[in-house]
Design a protein around this ligand. Structure first.
Ligand SMILES: [Zn+2]
Length: 234
């Protein structure tokens, strides 16, 4: 009897977990060729904390996979809002030219993040916006042991753009700067640039505008960098 109750509880919990992430389909048109592209837009999810690189954990289903999508015909990729934004003639030409290199490539969720980020680079969008496409790509490859180099390419591009975003004062809220230095440090550590990682952990730790939680976690993660530990699963 006890066993049956336990199994029932586990089954019910499983159901709750599965239901905690909900998304609704929304179809938009590709701004390049008018093809229909369907996004499943997250309506609700339950998070239980986050990984050390800010990826949220919990019953989040395909939340990160669903953020960025791609046109099945031309491979234009971006957030749903990118599909709703009209492009200038000049932008269309540039993006079309860039996309031809993916003509014969299979576009998976991670590739979509790369294309979305590179299109935003062509459009000279803000570095913080570009960085987030690459950070998302790295989340999707967290546990993928076959694409470690691709994951590190994302993290390298992410930290380059985050550094530029700080240089250009893209963050108006000064209390966020320590978070960004911490995230740069995490990206550097995960690609094995330990000296650079330590430099950015220190910038986060010594930032007088930092939020309370930053110091403890930055000090903990700095210890890993000192030990030259590039663990990406955490
Ligand atoms: Zn298209």
């Amino acid at each position: 009897m006890k066993k049956i109750i336990l199994i029932t509880i586990i089954l019910l919990m499983g159901q709750n977990f599965a239901n905690a992430h909900t998304c609704e389909n929304e179809t938009v048109k590709c701004p390049i060729d008018g093809q229909n592209v369907t996004f499943c837009v997250t309506m609700s999810m339950t998070t239980f904390g986050s990984f050390k690189d800010f990826q949220q954990q919990g019953a989040i289903g395909e939340h990160y996979e669903g953020l960025i999508n791609t046109c099945p015909k031309c491979h234009f990729s971006g957030y749903i809002d990118d599909f709703k934004t009209e492009l200038t003639g000049e932008e269309k030409i540039k993006i079309n030219e860039y996309l031809t290199k993916f003509d014969d490539t299979k576009i998976d969720d991670a590739k979509q993040c790369l294309i979305a980020g590179e299109i935003k680079e062509l459009q000279k969008k803000s570095n913080k916006e570009i960085a987030f496409c690459y950070v998302t790509g790295s989340y999707l490859l967290r546990n993928n042991d076959k694409q470690v180099e691709f994951r590190k390419e994302f993290q390298s591009k992410a930290k380059d753009n985050l550094i530029s975003a700080l240089d250009k004062n893209e963050y108006e809220d000064k209390s966020v700067i320590a978070n960004i230095n911490y995230l740069i440090a995490e990206m550097e550590r995960r690609i094995g640039n330990f000296d650079e990682a330590i430099k950015h952990y220190d910038l986060a730790i010594s930032d007088s505008n930092k939020k309370d939680w930053v110091e403890k976690i930055a000090k903990e993660q700095k210890e890993l960098a000192i030990k030259q530990d590039e663990d990406n699963k955490i």
